[in-house]
Design a protein around this ligand. Structure first.
Ligand code: F3S
Length: 400
C-alpha cells in the first residue's frame, strides 16, 4: 500500500505511539483487502459497547497517548442514571471506564446508534468511517455517503488517525446495483419495511436496488429496511428507485450494467417472515421493548398517540437518544408517555445482558427483529409485532 509522507511519518511514530498503533492496524486491514492507499475521513462513528474487549482495545490506544483527529460519535453503552443499583458493580465499573477512556480519546459521547439523525450527519459523497450495522447501511444508502462496515476497533483507529483504507464501499465501481428486487405488493407502514429487510437471504449477495417502493417512504421505514437487511444479509448498501441518491431510475442505479439477478418479492414472502419472527407467546406478555435502532422523535410521538390516554399493564421501554429525550422533555412528550406507562431509556442498547438479562424466560414483545437476535443471545425470547400491536398488547393482554 502506498502511503503519503505524512502517513509514513505517523506510522513511524512521529505523532506518537497511539497514532502509530492505529495506523499500523489500518494498513494491515487495507492490505488484507488489497487497498492501494489510505484516504482522509471527515466523520466517524464508533460502535462502543462498554464490554470488556471494547474497553481493552480503547484503553490500549488511550494509554499510548492517542487522541482522535476526527472526534467520533459513539454507540450506546448503558445508562447508569437509569439502571443505577439494578446492575452489578462490575457492569457499573465497565460503563464508567468506557465513559472515561472514550472521553479522553476525544470522542463525542452521544451513546446512540442513530447518530445520522442529529449529531453526526454525513452529506452525499462524504468519505466516513462508521461502525454499527444499522448506521453504516443508512449513511451509504439513504445519505449517499461512503463507508465500509467498520468494526468498533477499525472505526476508532480511523478516528484517531483521520484515515481509512480505500476499498469496498469507498470505490464507485462497488456501489453500482447488481441485484434487482421487484416488490410486487404495496408496503404499508414501517413494520412492512422491517419484514422486507428480512429478505436478505432471498436477495443474496450483491448491491440490491428495490423497485416498487412508494416514493414517499419515510426515514423510519428506510432505517428499518437497512437495519434488517444488514442483519439478514450482511448488506452494506441498497438503492431504492425514486428514493435514494443516485437511483432516480433503475438504469441509473445499475450504472449502465446488467443485473446478475432479478428477485420478485410479494406479500406472501413478507407474511412468511412475519410468521417466523412472531411465534406465539408462552403466556401473556410481561414486557415490551421498542427502539432498536433508537426511536426517532416522530416514532415516540406515534407511540403516545397510539396509547391515546390508555395505560399499559406491563413495563414498556422505548430506547432512544439523549437528543430525542431532551426534546421529549421540553415538549411534554416524555410526561405523556410516562402517564401511559412507557419509559424513555437513553444511552442503552438491547444487547446489554447486564441491563436486560432479568427478562430471560419471560414472554415479551418488540417491533424489531434485530432486537430478538441480540436479546436471544442471553435467553430473552420476544415475539415481533408492529408498534401498534405491541402497545395494544401492553394495554390489553399484559400481566402486571
Ligand atoms: Fe441500536 Fe443496539 Fe439495536 S445499537 S440498533 S439498540 S442492537
Amino acid at each position: 500500500m502506498e502511503l503519503t509522507a505524512y502517513q509514513q511519518q505517523m506510522l513511524d511514530g512521529a505523532y506518537g505511539k497511539g497514532k502509530a498503533m492505529a495506523l499500523q492496524i489500518l494498513v494491515a486491514v487495507g492490505e488484507s483487502f488489497d487497498a492501494q492507499r489510505l484516504v482522509p475521513i471527515s466523520r466517524a462513528h464508533v460502535s462502543l459497547s462498554a464490554q470488556e474487549a471494547d474497553i481493552w482495545f480503547a484503553e490500549k490506544l488511550q494509554r499510548a497517548g492517542a487522541v482522535c483527529a476526527v472526534p467520533p460519535t459513539v454507540n450506546p453503552g448503558y445508562s447508569l442514571a437509569y439502571f443505577g443499583s439494578r446492575i452489578s458493580s462490575e457492569a457499573v465499573a465497565n460503563m464508567e471506564a468506557a465513559h472515561r477512556i472514550y472521553g479522553e480519546l476525544g470522542a463525542v459521547l452521544t451513546y446512540s446508534c442513530t447518530p445520522y439523525l442529529a449529531d453526526n450527519i454525513p452529506r452525499y459523497g462524504e468519505t466516513v468511517a462508521f461502525s454499527e450495522t444499522s448506521a453504516t447501511i443508512y449513511v451509504n444508502s439513504v445519505l449517499g455517503a461512503r463507508t465500509n462496515r467498520e468494526s468498533a476497533a477499525s472505526a476508532l483507529c480511523a478516528a484517531v488517525t483521520g484515515f481509512v483504507p480505500e476499498y469496498g464501499m469507498l470505490l464507485a465501481e462497488n456501489r453500482r446495483a447488481d441485484v434487482v428486487v421487484e416488490v410486487r405488493d404495496s408496503l404499508h407502514g414501517e413494520h412492512d419495511f422491517s419484514l422486507l429487510g428480512l429478505m436478505g437471504k432471498m436477495i443474496g449477495k450483491g448491491v440490491p436496488v428495490f423497485t416498487g417502493l412508494p416514493r414517499n417512504t419515510g426515514v423510519e421505514a428506510l432505517i428499518n429496511l437497512g437495519t434488517q437487511l444488514n442483519v439478514s444479509g450482511s448488506c452494506d448498501l441498497f438503492h431504492a428507485v425514486g428514493i435514494t441518491p443516485g437511483a432516480d431510475t433503475l438504469e441509473q442505479a445499475l450504472g449502465g450494467g446488467e443485473p446478475k439477478r432479478h428477485v420478485v418479492l410479494t406479500r406472501d414472502d413478507l407474511h412468511q417472515e412475519a410468521e417466523r419472527f412472531s411465534p406465539p407467546l408462552d403466556g401473556p406478555p410481561e414486557f415490551v421493548i421498542l427502539g432498536c435502532p433508537h426511536y426517532t422523535y416522530p416514532q415516540a410521538v406515534r407511540a403516545a398517540d397510539i396509547l391515546a390516554g390508555r395505560r399499559t399493564r406491563i413495563p414498556v421501554w422505548i430506547l432512544t437518544s439523549g437528543t430525542v429525550q431532551a426534546l421529549a422533555r421540553r415538549t411534554g412528550l416524555e410526561q405523556r408517555l410516562l402517564e401511559g406507562g412507557v419509559e424513555l431509556v437513553t444511552d442503552t442498547c438491547v444487547d446489554q445482558a447486564c441491563c436486560w438479562g432479568h427478562l430471560a424466560g419471560k414472554p415479551g414483545v418488540t417491533d424489531s427483529p434485530k432486537c430478538t437476535y441480540y436479546m436471544g443471545a442471553f435467553g430473552v425470547q420476544a415475539t415481533v409485532k408492529p408498534m401498534e400491536d405491541c402497545l395494544r398488547m401492553a394495554c390489553e393482554e399484559g400481566v402486571g
